[in-house]
Design a protein around this ligand. Sequence first.
Ligand code: HEM
Length: 248
Amino acid sequence: MAAAPTTHVNCTLDTDLIGDDSIKCEFGRGGLGGLVDNAQEFDCVVDNRKPVPNQCDWASLQQKLPGCAWEPLSPPELAAQRAGISLEEAFSLDQPDEQGRNMYQRLGEEVFRRIANEFYDRVYGDQEKWFTDVFAHSPKPVAIRNNWEFMVQRCGGPMLYSQRKGHPALPRRHAPFECTQRTADRYMHHMDAALAAVPELSEDDRHKLHNYFLHTCHFLAVAQEMRESMQAQAQQAQQAAGGQQGAE
Ligand code: HEM
């Protein structure tokens, strides 16, 4: 028997400045930007603190549209959406300049050291204890070195960080720390001030670095939420299996 045709549904978050966010879905041949009468909007209050798969009752959506397949945003896409920038903007620091140089070749190691020092001076000097507590188990010189070595490598320079510590695996390495909207905001508050304090950076460099850090903050938050929701689901499944066993 031939498999039932699947309707692919493209869903995006419709972030309203006024009122609740909702989930907008389009399906059929028109696709996004296609025929207006092809678009369907589902009323669903969105909880932005959760990863997209858990923001809406997708199971009930699938009941309304038998055979539909929902295509979620990838974590980098979701992070870009939350940061309010495009993916292209998030990674604009990868664009070579007119002479074909990458950011490291243009700025050199010393500028990345300066940014890391300026940043962590502000982080460790923060009066907000809830924020400094996040860094409480990391000595400042260690955090500074991790940061500039990583950024040198990320911007096309020598692989200093990986030679010393292996794959950056940022989501895994940030698992013990609170990565949320509030820590992201505070992180960016200090990072923007740090970038502004390094005169060797052009406005364009600052803008590109800001976008990269901002996107990465949101990416780390998304990754953390996903890990937590997967852990909660696994726990629920375990409890349900335990309950089932008890009933048998
Ligand atoms: C929500 C925002 C963030 C928070 C709360 C956060 C927190 C932390 C903390 C507490 C550490 C341990 C300090 C150390 O030992 O180095 C750390 C390490 C690190 N962070 Fe972040 N971070 C955030 C965003 C970022 C971003 C945007 C980047 C991108 C450059 C980044 C890159 C790193 C790197 C490379 C390390 C070193 C990891 C290791 O070697 O263990 N972090 N972060």
